[in-house]
Design a protein. Sequence first.
Length: 567
Amino acid sequence: MWSKLTVDMKSQTVIKEKMDLEFKDLGGRALIAQYMMKNVPPQCDPLGSENRLIFCTTVFAGTKFTTAHRMSVGGKSPLTGGIKESNVGGYAAYQLADHGLKMIEVLNVPEKKGLWILHIDAKGVATLKDACQYKGVNNYEFVEKIMAEYGDKVATISIGSAGERLYKTASIQVSEFKSGHPSRAAARGGIGALMGSKGLKAIVIESPEEKFQVQYADEEKFLEVCLKLNKLVGEGAKTDPFRNIGTVATVDITGANGILPVDNFSGKLFPEYKKVGSNKFMENLATRGGKNKIGCQPGCIVQCSNSYNDENGEYLTSGFEYETIALFGPNLHIADLDAIAKMDRLCDDIGVDTIEVANTIAMCMETEKIQWGDAEAVIGLLNELKEGTEFGSLLGKGCEAVGKKLGCKRIPVVKHQSLAGYEPRNTKGTGITYATSPMGADHTAGITMGRAFDDTGRTAQAYVSNKLQVAMCFADSMMCIFAFAHVVPALPLLGELMGALYGGDTNFTRVSTMGVKTILTERAFNKMAGFTAADDRLPEFFYKERSIATGSKFDINDVELDALFDF
């Protein structure tokens, strides 16, 4: 049976026990939602003792199902003030599953200031170790030191100086499989600040001497269905631009259709978008010894990750993805892929969300603190963030705080969290998702992508957003959403897979109702935390200012938004 670790930072104790039976067939986002509703007071201080930091594996962790080793990180968000589940790849969830751990929960706050590492050794023994020597050490140097001590087979989950300083932009960085680079981010919602508030610098997980054996209700049936689904993903991946190029391929689509955010979501086109698109990316990989088609976790078939080198052929960053490129690039009027890669590396090292920080810097450009397109000035601000200067600390509070402080009239946030890399006036279904998702404006909550749905009327846009938000809830409980895209033609098989693993119902409704229950639970948590219908809205300028590129504005009315989850 799966186990969980309860880490009490006040008493400095670690207890290993069997996973609660009521959550036995849950994982990922679904588990975060139900566990938080039962154990975390919605009105608690996100950085106080009542909040919990939760790490958990997916429904299918420990099995041969491709991309089943995503990790969900949850708690009450220091940025949004609502429920937060941040989903991340990397090596950690695989290692946790091999130890038979479904979940780690971190309780309370330390009685005295300090830093600790939760170390899980090869025998599965978990202990808290003093980590004061790592205070202020950022993620790349930290992982290098940890691997020198424990070997390069460990998985790490860590915060940089941003998390220690409780920046609301702070991320939690997870090491990639094989390379060990701390480049996979549980980024959104300031979840790194929650980890910092607990005094937890890192979790270090050694490979187990004896691998945990998953218990199946019907192993033969599971392997049969699993093989079908893996083949389906494998076939789809052959022509998937995310595998053959990387998520940077999205720039080619959004840039040509007015969906790419430009100059702080101004609605303009960015004619130079190809300079940060797939052709330039692939050219740089080919000429500098970089690489794509890398899996961030064992057993990944899609392999959308990459390793990007600088002009001298030296490693610069990895997991270099669309959101970072879109928001540090065209949204800041920057068309230099190398400069954006340096920004990505800095953000991973400090441990901050590239989406939130890029939007925050857009506030500085909008108010002329720095000039549009000035990459050197952006790196200068990132270094202020790193050094913890007075203005750097303000940047650490996020887009909304900086926008208000500087008097910016156009602040692109929902539920205090800034928008991801899609212009909502030109992909309105995504705009509906931004407005209504319990997570705030989040790119993994259900983007409709493209403009196909914009011409079919408001009903279709709302319908698609609703269905995708539910789908993302159960996808983030089971697997990587990029692999999930190839499973969609055979969704009923997910019900069969669950039945073969846990027993009971094999109907797909078991999966779909998990998604519905998750999103309704998240919304209920937020309501008890103080959120109202007014929080399910985009910023006013999207309704009033037409996109310069297309002439479109966000015209979904309040009644339609309020009725979105009346299932």
